[in-house]
Design a protein around this ligand. Structure first.
Ligand code: ZN
Length: 149
């Protein structure tokens, strides 16, 4: 009986730990036609951490067709995108130290991949978030909704 109890307790603890940390991976692609392959990304409610993997499936170099993945509140994305233009390619077109940027990858060119991880504690359920590419001129086509379920 005691042994069963200990085993059960152990399983319960393991289940708690599994719930305490769950990384959910989302894949997204960018191409040479200045497009992502998805317009919406959803994170399940039980995820504690999000990993976004960005793959550039094109062939053009980062200087001409660079892509990254940037997450902000929808209300702030245009301002951050414009600030990113001024930041320059060496800074991945991310305004340095900008608290409005919730998460971002580096800027990549054709054939490359990159990823970023961030805790879902940075997100609020029901808030409106937008992901986009901050390469100059790209955010008009390369953007989408990011939803915490
Ligand atoms: Zn881009």
């Amino acid at each position: 009986m005691l042994k069963n109890f200990v085993v059960t307790l152990g399983l319960l603890l393991a289940a708690d730990l599994a719930q305490a940390a769950k990384t959910c991976t989302l894949q997204i692609e960018g191409n040479d036609l200045m497009r992502y392959n998805v317009a919406e990304m959803k994170v399940a409610a039980d995820c504690t951490e999000v990993e976004v993997v960005l793959k550039h499936v094109g062939k053009l170099p980062v200087q001409t067709m660079g892509h990254n993945w940037v997450l902000t509140k929808t209300a702030e994305f245009m301002a951050v995108a414009n600030a990113g233009v001024a930041a320059g390619l060496a800074k991945d077109h991310i305004p340095p130290g900008d608290a409005r940027v919730i998460a971002h990858t580096k800027m990549i060119g054709g054939g490359q991949s990159t990823s970023v991880k961030f805790p879902t504690s940075k997100l609020t359920k029901g808030s409106d978030y937008t992901f986009f590419c901050s390469f100059p001129g790209h955010y008009g086509l390369m953007k989408g909704k990011f939803i915490l379920q």
